[in-house]
Unconditional design. Structure first.
Length: 101
């Protein structure tokens, strides 16, 4: 998500005493160290959550609809590495989707 969109979404859910951080490592450190904190993010793989001792909960927001897409040049030929990456990405998406059910 572009930073500008993240800012707009954050403003929509603005609370007093907030910190806006766009780098994931710092976000996770803050969650670990500060009690009663949360972040509003896309679903994450269970391995990442386990690494930082975090949990995720589904939240509904009717105005919050995003989609990840893959953009590439017309007539681009995917390499074996590209295809491996895409397959790994699909597996991660499936895992994250299953964790939210």
């Amino acid at each position: 998500m572009p930073v500008s969109e993240a800012r707009l979404l954050a403003q929509k859910h603005e609370k007093k005493k907030k910190i806006a951080v766009y780098e994931r490592g710092i976000q996770f450190e803050l969650l670990q160290r500060l009690p009663c904190t949360y972040i509003w993010v896309s679903p994450m793989p269970q391995a990442v959550l386990d690494c930082f001792d975090l949990v995720q909960r589904p939240c509904c927001d009717a105005d919050n609809s995003f989609r990840d897409i893959l953009v590439f040049r017309k007539n681009y030929r995917f390499s074996r590495e590209d295809m491996t990456f895409i397959e790994n990405l699909k597996e991660t998406v499936a895992e994250v989707s299953n964790n939210l059910r």
